[in-house]
Ligand binder design. Structure first.
Ligand SMILES: C[S@@+](CC[C@H](N)C(=O)[O-])C[C@H]1O[C@@H](n2cnc3c(N)ncnc32)[C@H](O)[C@@H]1O
Length: 239
């Protein structure tokens, strides 16, 4: 029942589950995502933008990142709006991974509603699993995408987040991070979403084995309206 599913879970102003107390177990923190999803996250509610990310569409169209024939990984993909974007850009396989089983069901329903051609539907897999524990039987991916996933990590989980990304992408492969929310005035310990920045991602991803290929603020017309001015698109190469 909705009432009991959310009982005791504090919800932030952004509609997200509040963090565990300092020193709290990441598992307890992570469990809250299913509580939220099972209570209902409608299209366009909370973090859900009800549409693919315009800056990702633009990046792939520009050819600066080539998805053709690539295996693509999108952990914490929520309803999976960005998965078909990679397939449209020529990816051979797109895997969305969600910790919350209710999110997996929502994403599968969304993909079904799109009525994709059979070959495209078959190339997109929406799986249930924990980013920190799951690995593909086919090995690391060519390309990864992180949007509103890094900012969903409790600060105590960030080093593991970076090293898990390093394990998930093959040497020479690419990681695209759409860094949001950039809000230097916000308390860094309050979230999710926790305020993040390109500088923070450099301190995490460079020691884990990535180098920056490009970094650019997202132009207003390529952000979801409430996120204008708070996003930077970074492309990384796995060394
Ligand atoms: C803020 S939401 C963003 C969802 C999606 N990226 C979007 O923009 O709509 C973060 C998502 O990450 C998922 N998540 C959190 N921890 C995870 C983990 N360890 N493995 C996989 N997914 C996780 C949550 O269930 C949640 O759907």
């Amino acid at each position: 029942m909705v009432a009991s599913a959310t009982e005791g879970v504090k919800i932030s102003a952004a509609g997200l589950p509040m963090v565990a107390p300092p020193g709290g177990e990441p598992e307890i923190y992570s469990d809250r995502w299913e509580l939220l999803w099972s209570a209902g996250v409608g299209k366009g509610q909370r973090w859900d933008c009800a549409a693919p990310s315009p800056s990702l569409v633009d990046l792939l169209k520009s050819g600066k990142v080539d998805a053709k024939g690539k295996r693509v990984f999108v952990p914490g993909c929520g309803r999976g709006y960005d998965l078909p974007v990679f397939r449209s850009a020529g990816a051979s396989q797109v895997v969305g991974l969600e910790l919350a089983p209710s999110a997996v069901r929502e994403a599968q329903a969304h993909l079904q509603e799109l009525g994709l051609p059979e070959a495209d539907a078959a190339a997109i897999e929406m799986l249930s699993g924990d980013f920190f524990r799951w690995s593909s039987p086919q090995g690391p991916f060519d390309l990864g995408f992180d949007y509103t996933f890094g900012c969903a990590m409790h600060p105590s989980m960030r080093a593991d987040w970076a090293s898990t990304w390093a394990k998930s992408i093959k040497p020479g492969g690419t990681l695209v991070t759409l860094v949001f929310p950039i809000n230097p005035d916000a308390d860094p310990n309050v979230g999710p979403p926790f305020p993040i920045s390109p500088a923070l991602f450099r301190t995490l991803l460079e020691p884990a084995g990535f180098e920056v290929v490009s970094e650019a603020p997202v132009p207003a017309e390529l952000s979801h309206p409430p996120r204008v001015g708070k996003e930077v698109l970074m492309v990384w190469r796995r060394k």
